[in-house]
Design a protein. Structure first.
Length: 223
């Protein structure tokens, strides 16, 4: 499996038609590895690859194939409201035929109107609130994307994110969790905690060089 065309037999035909309109046609190494690791088999995945390596498309494929196949809702959890808004705009423009919601506001509400939405962009703090308010549509969730999952180790946001993941896994036995990160110090340990297949790759769109800058000159290290 190397190109978007190779996805036709396993993707919902509406989603495949949308992807065919994209400028790219070749799948990136991390995307191929994620598919081989069970992306379309409802396996939990922890994807640890560099920035720009194609993690967002991995999340899209899992979430939107679930939605188009009418298996249930998808939740996209990000650390910042601004990032949630950015993802919301991206998905709303690309998947105009689906109901995309942004839920980042009042943390003292169950947002019952979200019952009718297919995919919901939110932050870990807001989603924690939705869980605590027993939002009635939680039972419909089938795919959960957790962007910047390495923030589990952060003192401020980490505990909330850990609680959200723990509760979700307890109340929803058949969800698929996709964790995304460019940097994780203990990927094997985190993958084991998530009961997830680990997807690692070093490919990046622009080669990275290391060097030292001094007085207007850069001396690059030899690899």
């Amino acid at each position: 499996m190397k190109s978007v065309n190779d996805l036709e037999p396993i993707l919902n035909h509406h989603l495949f038609a949308i992807l065919k309109k994209e400028k790219f046609q070749d799948l990136r190494p991390s995307q191929i590895k994620a598919i081989n690791a069970g992306l379309f088999e409802q396996k939990n995945l922890l994807v640890c690859t560099p920035t720009g390596s194609g993690k967002t498309l991995i999340a899209e494929l899992a979430a939107m194939n679930c939605v188009y196949e009418k298996k249930g809702k998808a939740i996209y959890i990000v650390p910042l409201k601004s990032l949630a808004s950015e993802k919301y705009q991206l998905f709303k423009e690309k998947y105009a035929d689906k109901k995309i919601a942004l839920s980042i506001g009042d943390t003292d509400s169950s947002d019952s109107h979200l019952q009718t939405y297919d995919i919901i962009m939110t932050t870990s703090e807001k989603f924690d609130s939705l869980i605590r308010h027993n939002a009635p549509w939680l039972k419909d969730i089938k795919v959960v994307i957790i962007d910047e999952i390495h923030l589990l180790n952060e003192q401020d946001r980490g505990p909330t994110l850990e609680i959200v993941i723990t509760i979700l896994r307890h109340i929803l036995r058949n969800i698929q969790i996709i964790g995304l990160s460019a940097t994780i110090g203990n990927p094997e340990e985190l993958a084991e905690w998530l009961n997830a297949n680990l997807v690692e790759d070093s490919w990046r769109p622009v080669e990275l060089h290391h060097g030292t800058y001094l007085d207007g000159n850069i001396e690059f290290y030899k690899s």
